[in-house]
Structures are given as structure tokens and as C-alpha cells.
Design a protein around this ligand. Structure first.
Ligand code: KIV
Length: 279
């Protein structure tokens, strides 16, 4: 049985750190699940790292459902959370509930959406129909990029107080956890100590109850952006380019394929064939 939302809530109670990683496809999700990660997040960052968009704004529900389905076929142990993409929940509560339901039908256990106090009513309506919600405050890629660009949140007293109020209101609305993106580490720690549900930080310091990274960043596969908060555990893009160069060279020099890579006919059958075609 895979992890549940309650397991993740209990991890905070038991002072265990929560590991979260984004995944968008069957192959990588299988490996992350096998590595024992607590939560697989089908983030709308898929729009950038899988589809090559400049930001997450163009991502659609159909795309998120496809990514969620492929990750859900892979996961065995982790909790699976999927992002509601831009404008799939902001216009009205009916949209929010219907689209959350689509992600659940695609295999997610919970949904994540961006926004503080203005999203509280929507969150509570989704939770009321039985769908667990992860909140997401601080830097909100779907909208903060439109108004402010990439900017750390909670650097002043007023913006810190706003974030703390957002977190409290989201807890009140029923979220089972909150992602804190690019929040100053002091404020992230205060929020984590103030609310009872787990906080999952990305660029928000060690005071959060868990951490999330985009899998391509952690594996060193996405070179377009390298935010300060990313820790690269390997440089896979270099390894991949090298491997593909070697493959190309092997084709050109005739080293690949070798006999262990091809299939042979039965000798008698080959002889009969040669006799028949005269070669
Ligand atoms: O879309 C995403 O990848 C995210 C996080 C990294 C929190 O929302």
C-alpha cells in the first residue's frame, strides 16, 4: 500500500522530514518511487522541463492528466500529488472541483494549487468533496512571474505577516500540507512552527518539514535555469550528451550493432533462402 495523506501529516507529528520530488513520466517516477521518496509531485513545472515552455502558464488540464496517469502507473509506495494548472481553478469553484476530480481520476491522491487567502474558499470546497489539497504560497510560478518576475518572498515584516496569515488561513481551509516556494528561511521556519500541517520547502530553508526539488534540476538535466536553491546530485546532461555522441560514433564506425545486438536465422532456413534467391 502506498503512503497516504495521513502518513504525511503524521511525519510532521513524529518529527520526520518529508522528501518530495517532481515526476512527470513512468520511467523516472518508477526510479524515484523505488528510491523511497515520500511524495511524487506531478508539478506543472512539467510545462518547462518536459514541454519546453518559458513558464507554467500555458500548461493545460489534458497535459496534467497525461503526466499524472503515467506517474500513477509507476508509483507503488509514494503519495502522488498533482498540480492544478493555471486557470483550471481560479475562475470559479465548480471548475476547481471538476478539475481536481479529473486529476484524482488520472491517479493522483491529492491536488496542489497556488494561492493564499483568496484561494481559501476554493480549497475548502475541494476538501469538502473529499479531495485532499496541498497549498502553495510564497513565490507562485503561475502568477508571481507575471507581476514580479522571480522574487524571494517574505523579506519584509509586512510581506512576512501576510505569508503567515496566508498559511493560517490555508490550514483553516483544510489543506494537508503547504508548499513554501522561495520564502525567506526565517519566515518559513516561523510558519512551520505556527501551523500543525507540514510545510514543504523549495528554496525556503531547513526549517520546513520537508523539501521538494524538480527532478531534472536535481539530476542536472535542465540547463536553462539554475536557481540558488537547487542542489545538483549529478550532471546527467553531460553524461547523456556523451553517451549519445558515443552511440553516433559507433554507428558511423560500424562498432554498433555487434553480433550480440542482432538476431539470426536458422542455418538450414538461410541455406534454403540462398538457394532460392541465388545469393
Ligand atoms: O510545479 C512544481 O514543480 C512545483 C514545485 C516545485 C513546488 O510546484
Amino acid at each position: 500500500m502506498h503512503k497516504t495523506v495521513q502518513d504525511i501529516i503524521n511525519m510532521k507529528k513524529n518529527e520526520k522530514k518529508i522528501s518530495v520530488i517532481t515526476s512527470y513520466d513512468y520511467t523516472i517516477a518508477s526510479l524515484c518511487d523505488r528510491a523511497g521518496i515520500d511524495v511524487l509531485l506531478v508539478g506543472d513545472s512539467a510545462g518547462m522541463v518536459m514541454l519546453g515552455y518559458e513558464n507554467t502558464v500555458p500548461v493545460t488540464m489534458d497535459q496534467m492528466c497525461m503526466f499524472t496517469e503515467s506517474v500513477s502507473r509507476a508509483r507503488q509506495n509514494s503519495l502522488l500529488v498533482a498540480d492544478l494548472p493555471f486557470m483550471s481553478y481560479q475562475a470559479n469553484i465548480d471548475d476547481a472541483i471538476k478539475n481536481s476530480g479529473r486529476l484524482i481520476k488520472a491517479g493522483a491522491d491529492a491536488v496542489k494549487l497556488e494561492g493564499g487567502i483568496p484561494m481559501a474558499e476554493t480549497i475548502s470546497a475541494i476538501v469538502d468533496v473529499g479531495i485532499p489539497v496541498m497549498g502553495h504560497i510564497g513565490f507562485q510560478p503561475q502568477t508571481t512571474t507575471l507581476s514580479q518576475g522571480y522574487k524571494v518572498q517574505g523579506k519584509t515584516k509586512d510581506s512576512a505577516l501576510k505569508l503567515i496569515d496566508d498559511a493560517k488561513e490555508l490550514e483553516e481551509a483544510g489543506v494537508f500540507s503547504i508548499a513554501l516556494e522561495m520564502v525567506s528561511h526565517e519566515v518559513a521556519k516561523i510558519i512551520s512552527e505556527t501551523i500543525s500541517v507540514p510545510t514543504i520547502g523549495i528554496g525556503s530553508g531547513v526549517g520546513c518539514n520537508g523539501q521538494v526539488l524538480v527532478v531534472q534540476d536535481l539530476l542536472g538535466m535542465y540547463d536553462k535555469l539554475k536557481p540558488k536553491f537547487v542542489k545538483r546530485y549529478m550532471n546527467l546532461s553531460e553524461d547523456i550528451v556523451k553517451a549519445v555522441e558515443n552511440y553516433k560514433e559507433d554507428i558511423e564506425s560500424g562498432v554498433f550493432p555487434a553480433s550480440e545486438n542482432w538476431f539470426s536465422m536458422d542455418e538450414n532456413e538461410l541455406k534454403k533462402l540462398r538457394d532460392e534467391i541465388g545469393r
